[in-house]
Ligand binder design. Structure first.
Ligand SMILES: Nc1ncnc2c1ncn2[C@@H]1O[C@H](COP(=O)(O)OP(=O)(O)OP(=O)(O)O)[C@@H](O)[C@H]1O
Length: 639
């Protein structure tokens, strides 16, 4: 509430509120009052200005001429060119020996402070920490905000789902979970799975809407969960469950129909013994009509999600086909038009959109459409293909599921407009980088690097390679055969440049970008994504190491043993499950918090520890890095 002081004009008896309003208004009013007083005291004829003659035209008694000035000792402030009063500059010691607190040092209630005249300063003269954090990040604010109140409510819900057995999944699907999560003793749902699986199975909707008809039609879901939280299984398990149930219903219907047909035929034969036997209707085999389609942005993710689906299909018995532009036309054809049909198709939007153009029937039976990495697939480059597929699949679609670890504002707006009733499934730690991931900063401007980022990068990798701090089994820490480090750069051209420099410095480094040879790319990635190496992979790695050691010995160079490095762009940051990566080096400061989240998300996956190291060089935004670090330390969401 503003404190308001009513003051009466001695000439017009108009009560004006001079307590809280701005100083400019106060002075303007004072000016008018003074002008009015001079006008009142001046015997000369007045100008016809309403400003100079406040009561012109009104029949009011003339006030007494003996009105004393209330500011004799202070001349009226001279107006500036705009007519506003010019304020006298405050001298450094002008406030001394005064008995009243000057107006501009008075505590202001609207600043919400409790009596501190300098809200941003402490008594010791140091700057008070600002109540509004993330100034630098606010300049590039990209992420949609999730209120902390709703995050706590979700936490309570997650606690209710503590095992897969408690979820109403088919027995075969329950069995298959063990195949999809090998090597784990305890397999409990992650927060993403605890939030998504019940909702996608329709438990939430059934609870909310008593009337089952309310659930008919297309249901849309947005699953927003942090990186490495098991989103793939969160959408795959309910989708496969639904497919199997649909299949069972269809099989029952077919048996019923066949029985009816057989009965009808028998009746016909009995009535008409001379009728010719009609040939058996040969069933139209239409193999390329999947029930579920999963869209992902890269060929690497197609392979990764395809592998998870394949592992589930061994127990559940469904057919999954993963196709990408990296496959030859023959491979794509044989997978897609398999005579046994396809239940789940995994592809990139451009490839599927082009296939759907020549085979419009391919999307006619899709009941589940999953758009993984939705923020990428609905940004400018992919959106036309993704929406084309969505539009073509809509007539038969029952469930649309969008997944992402980051929800940018443009996506939030788009979804709000296109799917106003979308079910938003959000995990409590969305947009936060887990505390188990630490962020270190290397100041490249300082000695010994003097602005040489490549040198700083090579040195950091050598330090990690030589250090035993994170991997010492003697101290009860996880032993690793080979350390794997991901280096992220902002531009594709830099990948080769940095990788070549690292090789010169005795580091086993590979550049990974869109134009890398596909077989080499697959081999490189495979060694970073699996915890267990296959025999062939191990042999390949050993061969490469021997070759490098020989080359290094020939050039009498040092070689960093047991450390493998991939230098990549954003291509390697989206969805790739780099479980064996403990260190991520951000060679360039990422352009947005979205890139920070995805790049740092390649380490510390599924409860593991990880470390990110940012190289801050000349011209890099050190303030942004500091704020990201603060947010990570506090465990709050980035903005
Ligand atoms: N319930 C679980 N218990 C243990 N591990 C799990 C569980 N669910 C998934 N995982 C493992 O967690 C890892 C990450 O899973 P996934 O790739 O699906 O994460 P994501 O959320 O899609 O990550 P990103 O956002 O980076 O794409 C995988 O190795 C997977 O096997």
């Amino acid at each position: 509430m503003l404190r308001q002081t009513a003051r009466a004009c001695p000439f017009c008896e108009v009560r004006s509120l001079l307590g809280r309003p701005s100083q400019t208004r106060l002075y303007a009013q004072l000016q008018r009052h003074r002008a009015a007083r001079y006008v009142a005291l001046d015997p000369r004829p007045q100008a016809a200005s309403s400003h100079a003659r406040p009561h012109a035209g009104r029949d009011r008694p003339r006030p007494s001429r003996m009105v004393l000035s209330d500011s004799v000792g202070r001349p009226p402030p001279r107006p500036d060119a705009d007519g506003r009063p010019v304020r006298k500059k405050r001298e450094p010691f002008s406030h001394l020996n005064t008995t009243k607190v000057p107006w501009d040092l008075e505590p202001r209630r609207d600043q919400g402070n409790t009596g501190d005249a300098f809200p941003s300063r402490r008594f010791d003269g140091k700057k008070k920490p600002s109540k509004e954090p993330f100034h630098a990040l606010k300049m590039q604010r990209t992420l949609h905000e999730v209120p902390y109140g709703s995050r706590s409510a979700i936490k309570r819900k997650i606690e209710e789902v503590d095992s897969f057995e408690g979820l109403p999944l088919l027995d075969t699907v329950q069995e298959a979970i063990k195949d999809a999560l090998p090597g784990l003793e305890y397999r409990n749902p992650t927060p993403a799975q605890a939030v998504a699986i019940p909702a996608l199975l329709g438990l939430e909707a059934r609870r909310r809407a008593r009337n089952p008809s309310a659930r008919s039609g297309l249901e849309s879901f947005l699953l927003a969960a942090e990186t490495g939280s098991g989103k793939t299984l969160a959408y795959l398990l309910p989708t496969i469950d639904a497919i199997k149930r649909e299949e069972a219903i269809e099989a029952e219907e077919t048996v019923e129909k066949e029985a009816k047909d057989a009965a009808a035929k028998a009746l016909q034969r009995r009535d008409d013994i001379f009728a010719l036997e009609s040939p058996e209707n040969t069933k139209a085999v239409d193999p390329a009509r999947p029930r579920a389609v999963i869209l992902v942005p890269t060929a690497e993710l197609v392979a990764q999600v395809g592998a998870v689906a394949k592992s589930l299909s061994h127990t559940v018995k469904f057919r999954a086909a993963a196709i990408s532009a990296k496959n030859t036309a023959t491979v794509i054809r044989s997978r897609l038009f398999n005579e046994n049909g396809v239940d789940v198709l995994i592809s990139t939007p451009p490839l599927l959109a082009s296939i759907a153009e020549s085979n419009p029937n391919i999307l006619s039976r899709v009941t589940h459409l999953i758009i993984d990495e939705a923020d990428s697939l609905l940004d400018r480059s992919f959106k036309p293909f993704t929406t084309e597929i969505l539009d073509k699949a809509t007539p038969s679609l029952k469930k649309l599921i969008l997944c992402s670890a980051t929800i940018p504002r443009y996506l939030d707006k788009y979804l709000g407009e296109r799917f106003p009733n979308m079910n938003r499934l959000v995990t409590p730690n969305l947009h936060a980088i887990p505390r188990r991931v630490q962020l270190g900063v290397v100041d490249v401007n300082k000695e010994p690097y003097r602005g040489n980022k490549m040198l700083a990068c090579a040195d950091t990798i050598w330090q990690i390679g030589k250090s035993n701090a994170d991997y010492d089994p003697a101290e009860g820490k996880e032993p690793v055969e080979t350390k794997r480090i991901l280096v992220f750069v902002n531009e594709r051209e830099e990948t080769e440049e940095v990788a070549n420099y690292l090789i010169k410095k005795g580091v086993d480094a590979l550049a990974f970008h869109r134009d890398t040879d596909p077989t080499r790319q697959a081999k490189t990635l495979a060694s970073f994504t699996g915890t267990e190496r296959t025999k062939v992979q191990k042999e390949g790695e050993e061969k490469r190491e021997v070759a490098m050691t020989t080359a290094a010995a020939a050039a009498s160079k040092r070689l960093l043993a047991n450390t493998k490095v991939i230098v990549t762009t954003d291509l390697g940051s989206r969805g790739i499950d780099t479980v064996s990566v403990r260190h991520v080096i951000l060679y360039d400061v990422p352009h947005t918090t979205i890139d920070f989240i995805h790049r740092l998300g390649r380490t510390g996956r599924m409860g593991r520890r990880g470390r990110g190291i940012v190289l801050v060089g000349p011209g890099d935004r050190a303030d942004v890095v500091k704020e990201v670090r603060d947010a990570m330390y506090k465990g709050v969401a980035l903005i």
